[in-house]
Design a protein around this ligand. Sequence first.
Ligand SMILES: Cc1ncc(COP(=O)(O)O)c(C=O)c1O
Length: 394
Amino acid sequence: MDHVLWCNKHPLVLPDIVKGEGCYLYDRQGRKYLDLESGIWCLPLGHCHPQINAAIRAQSDEIMHSGYTYGNPIIEETSQALLEILNLPDGKCVFLSSGSEAVEFGVQVLRKISGKPLVLTLSDSFLGSYGSAGKKQADEWVLFDWQRCATCNSSEDCDPQCSYFSEIPFSRIGGFVFEPGSSSGLVRFPPKAFIQNVVKFIRQQDGFIQINEITTGLGRTGKWFGFQHYDISPDIVSVGKGLGNGYPVSAIAMTPEIIQRLSKMGFYYFQSHQNDPLGCAAAKAVIITLQEEEIIQKSKTVTEYLYERLKQLAEKYAIIQEIRGRGLMIAIEFSDRLTDDVLSDLYRRCIQQGLILAKRPGLTVFRIDPPLIIQKEEVDHFLETFDPLLAEVS
Ligand SMILES: Cc1ncc(COP(=O)(O)O)c(C=O)c1O
């Protein structure tokens, strides 16, 4: 890799991966790795899923890219499929290329239709790598630290008179961008009552709700979308990562009310690969496969089994402080007595033993976000390999 700039803050751990299949990766030497990270949480159906690859091949033989002025039926079909699972049958979608882009698009829409400069989000939300959502500058964003609510005695009802809540300047905020499960490394889920209050107050001030489903969407948390755990109705939803099962396509879905307002005001967005048929074909195949094979429902049994076995490990090893998660978005929180060097060493040993988990520098958390198609045998293989490695560290 002498001529590739690796500038994503993550070390290049396996430089020679030549094949992916289901939950496994293979390197040039033929070594096999169980991918419990799904790439970067992008593969609900696992690597090189035959139906998705076939759909991509078929579409690429027809037309991949059409441009601003030529449509194709696959764009409408994919839009309908996405709106159906979002329960927004009369809405509209735009297909883009990355999660960051789909979030930023929504933020531009929020600002345009609300006419207000400020947007609210939770301080530990990750919204993307660039644009206003990537920078989250103080003159554009209100960042609320909900961790203070996590220990609140009345978090079941969430009292809006509370001093933390009253800090939020709702009258100057045009919208709330909610990531329904903090995925910036720590896998934490804000309390439902608090989120419902925020949504209520935003709406009382004629603001709008955008959900960032880049990581939590497409079944990752055990439901189609992470916001469905909160009984709230979004105006705008950004979807990415798993939508293409490895192919870079993202989408933004909007309610008819948002579309009506945008049409009245005139809203324009240009990007060369907007609504490309190839990305749409991948996305449609992912949605249909998840639907027809009932992957999300079926993943529940293996998910429960994985939690049960992880909790047994936590009982066995005091170095594990907590197992937390929702669906197949799971964190193993280690004791903060373990240094980063010790955890980095554990991570290296996992790789040597053919296990890919996610470890981010400086965090005492290992993440597990396997493909939703993971089987009990693969969970057993993971835990039988991981257990002795934990024993060594203990
Ligand atoms: C919650 C969330 N939002 C947005 C993004 C940005 O998506 P992308 O990397 O596809 O631009 C990510 C990426 O990790 C993410 O986890």
